[in-house]
Structures are given as structure tokens and as C-alpha cells.
Design a protein around this ligand. Structure first.
Ligand code: ATP
Ligand code: MG
Length: 402
């Protein structure tokens, strides 16, 4: 098959391919973006594969960055863009069901395409639009089937993460797992226990953010892969209930975690240990904690000023957006309006500070200062008190804070 026209991002990269070819090497567009073009999806990265070895790539292009030279990847800065150029390689020595840390560079495109995970990810594209399809990926694309390249058992033994990748593609592009591929995932699900949590995390989140999340989640449970994911072993039923929620796509990672945690029925105190197991960043954990906290209140009533204030506008809107999964239309405008009407949006806007309190009190500095500021903050946010220094001092005096 030959594409009539290449997307703009690819056209722009043609001089890069030409340069490699003029030096006597082969070069192709490869990977997920070729799949995405064929699916009419927007593409996010232009990956190039070549028979040139990393040193040879670096000699051809004046501006390069070694981003993964041991895996054969060089970042080339050309045509005002950045391109990941990777030498054709095989991954012959697999140990322990994990991606090898050692790869072998080869000069053959076929060898390179053979090591790829699914037939629809194993296309190569020439600059004239010609698609190289060694594993009948075009037929699978047509039939919306996700099929491992070669023997699925072998492929999942080589790198067990491919099973999670398979499940996330089910969710992202809505394809059905080919029967043998699905059976091999089910049979080998326990190998996921060998894979680093960081790599599983990336695929799991992409799965939750996919447009066919329900099917992805059901496949995740049916193949039993969930058992070898952090903290999910006892939650098969809950995950299936999650799969019954409307297929409205989730927008952000923090919302995905928050909805998952809600569906698992975790306590607020369990959020941190759960997300730590998943190796989430502290920043992500804090954001998820806030959204879950907001959601607990929002399921009962609209968010109160103090909760809005603590969440911040962005997280308040993220919380509100989740109401679609609980049979309510998100009232985004109303939430934004309520937030904008808050008398203050941070402690910095309070008309008094610690210094002021120390100047009007005989007490020595101590914890009482922050307690007093928080009491004033709450009274202002809840609309019980004007944000004026004298009113705040009076209020704190009356309440024995000073
Ligand atoms: P995305 O659109 O999310 O980037 P992708 O398929 O491009 O999806 P990448 O991780 O960017 O995923 O990988 C680029 C290509 O490298 C894949 O399309 C596939 O051909 C190959 N690949 C990536 N991970 C693996 C793996 N674990 N096993 C085999 N091939 C892989
Ligand atoms: Mg990619």
C-alpha cells in the first residue's frame, strides 16, 4: 500500500531521511506514529529507524544529543525539529521476562520490525508513502485486530510489559485482541510481576485515559493482569464495576487515579500508600488526594467555599468534571463562578500576617500565630468576616487567639 500524502510532520522530516539515504543507509518512519496516520489519528512523535549505527548518524548531523545511545537512539536536531533516530536492532538476549538492557545493532529492517510488539506497530514507511508491512498489519488494521508479531507466547516471555501495552491499545484504539494473543496474555499474566512498576504505571494510565476504557478494564480483569499490578489483587470485582461506568473519556492522570480510588472504595488514608506503591510522584499524590477529598463532598452537595479554596480552581474543576460518572452534568461554570467569588484565594491575600499579629499581642512567637491565621483565613473564606486588618484582629481577640 502507498499513502497518497504524508502528514506535514513527516514531510518536514524527509530531508533527514534523504541525508541518511544519500550516505548509503536505509531509513524509514516507524513505530506508533505510522499506526496513528493509518488510523487517521493525530501523531505525536516522528520516529525514524535506520541501518546507520549511532556513530554514523552522529557524523552525518551537526546537532545531535545522545539520549539512549546504548539502545541505538540519537536525538537529531534538524529542520527546526527534534527526531529520535534509532539504529535497526534486535533484542536477542532476554532475561527474566524483561526488556533486555543490551541490544544488538543490525543492518536489516526486517530484523528490527520483528522485535516490535504488535503487527500494527511494526510498519515502516518510506518517504514516497510506501508502507512496508511484513506481518499483515494492514489486514489487522482493517479488521481492528491487535495481534502480536510472531508467536505471542514467545513475545510476552521476552518482555512481559507487552501484555499491558496490548491492554492499553485495546482501550486507546478500541481494537479486539486476536484470540491467540489474548490467550497468551491470560496464560502469562503472572510474568507482569517481573516488570518494574514505573513501566506498568505508564501503560496503566494510558489505558485508563483511553476512549474505550470499559473494554480495556474488562480485558485487564479477564486476562488477570490486574492481579500483578500494585494494590489491585483483591479488587477484581471493583474494577469490573468501574468498567460499568459511562465510557466518557477521562481527561487527566490525576482524575484517572481519583476515579479509580473512588471505585475501589479506598479510604482517604489509604490513598498515599496506594499511589506510593504505584511509584507516583508526591505532587501527583497530593493532587489526587485533593480531588478525592473534593469528590467525597461533591457527591453529597455542591462544593463549599472552604473546600473550593483548599482545592484551588483547577482541582475544583477536575473534581466537578468527574460528576459525569455519577449521573450528574458537571456544573463547570457554576464552580468557576463560586471560586472566583471567594474573598481570598490564598493566605497571602489575607489582610493580616504573622508580623501584624505579633505587633498587637504580648505573647511570644509560637504555634498560636499559625493557629490564629488559620482561624482568620477560615472566617474570611466562609464569608463570616470582612478581609480587613482591624476586623480580623478584633475577631481573633474575641476568640482568645491573641
Ligand atoms: P504511543 O502512541 O503511546 O507513543 P507507541 O506504540 O508509539 O505508542 P512507544 O513506546 O512510543 O509506543 O514505542 C514506539 C514503537 O516501539 C512501538 O510502536 C513499537 O513498535 C516499539 N515498542 C515499544 N515498546 C515495545 C515493547 N515493549 N516491545 C516491542 N516493541 C515495542
Ligand atoms: Mg510513540
Amino acid at each position: 500500500m502507498k499513502l497518497k500524502q504524508l502528514p506535514r510532520e513527516y514531510q518536514k522530516a524527509i530531508p533527514v531521511l534523504n541525508k541518511l539515504e544519500q550516505a548509503g543507509f536505509e531509513a524509514y518512519f516507524v513505530g506508533g506514529s505510522v499506526r496513528d496516520i493509518l488510523l487517521d489519528q493525530p501523531i505525536h512523535d516522528v520516529d525514524i529507524a535506520t541501518s546507520a549505527f549511532p556513530e554514523e548518524i552522529k557524523q552525518l548531523f551537526p546537532k545531535t544529543i545522545d539520549i539512549g545511545i546504548e539502545h541505538g537512539t540519537v536525538l537529531v536536531l534538524a529542520e527546526e525539529e527534534q527526531y529520535e533516530i534509532t539504529t535497526f536492532r534486535t533484542e536477542s538476549t532476554y532475561q527474566d521476562y524483561r526488556r533486555p538492557d543490551h541490544v544488538e545493532f543490525v543492518r536489516s529492517l526486517e530484523e528490527d520490525l520483528k522485535r516490535r510488539d504488535f503487527t500494527i506497530n511494526a510498519f515502516a514507511l518510506k518517504e514516497d508513502g510506501q508502507i512496508i508491512d511484513l506481518f499483515d498489519g494492514l489486514a489487522d488494521l482493517e479488521n481492528q485486530i491487535l495481534r502480536a508479531v510472531g508467536d505471542p507466547q514467545e513475545r510476552f516471555h521476552e518482555d512481559a510489559l507487552r501484555m499491558m501495552r496490548g491492554i492499553r491499545f485495546v482501550s486507546q484504539i478500541g481494537f479486539t485482541l486476536e484470540q491467540e494473543t489474548a490467550a497468551a496474555i491470560q496464560a502469562n499474566h503472572s510474568l507482569l510481576g517481573k516488570i518494574s512498576v514505573e513501566r506498568i504505571n505508564v501503560e496503566f494510565i494510558k489505558m485508563l485515559l483511553g476512549k474505550e476504557r470499559s473494554t480495556g478494564l474488562r480485558t485487564f480483569v479477564e486476562t488477570q493482569c490486574y492481579i500483578y499490578c500494585p494494590g489491585l489483587r483483591d479488587y477484581g470485582e471493583a474494577l469490573l464495576r468501574f468498567a460499568d461506568l459511562p465510557d466518557e473519556p477521562l481527561q487527566t492522570e490525576s482524575q484517572a487515579w481519583a476515579l479509580l480510588i473512588d471505585q475501589l472504595g479506598l479510604q482517604e488514608s489509604e490513598i498515599r500508600p496506594f499511589l506510593k506503591e504505584w511509584k507516583c510522584s508526591n505532587q501527583m499524590i497530593r493532587e489526587v488526594q485533593m480531588i478525592v477529598h473534593g469528590l467525597i463532598q461533591r457527591k453529597r452537595q455542591m462544593l463549599e467555599p472552604m473546600v473550593l479554596y483548599c482545592l484551588g480552581k483547577e482541582n475544583a474543576l477536575k473534581t466537578e468534571e468527574l460528576m459525569i460518572y455519577f449521573g450528574e452534568t458537571p456544573q463547570l461554570e457554576q464552580v468557576a463562578k463560586c471560586y472566583d467569588q471567594l474573598p481570598i484565594t490564598s493566605m497571602r491575600e489575607l489582610a493580616i500576617d504573622g508580623k501584624k499579629l505579633l505587633s498587637v499581642s504580648d505573647k511570644k512567637p509560637g504555634k498560636w500565630v499559625s493557629d490564629a491565621l488559620q482561624a482568620a483565613e477560615r472566617a474570611v473564606v466562609e464569608g463570616n468576616l470582612a478581609n480587613e486588618a482591624s476586623a480580623l484582629v478584633d475577631y481573633l481577640q474575641q476568640n482568645n487567639h491573641l
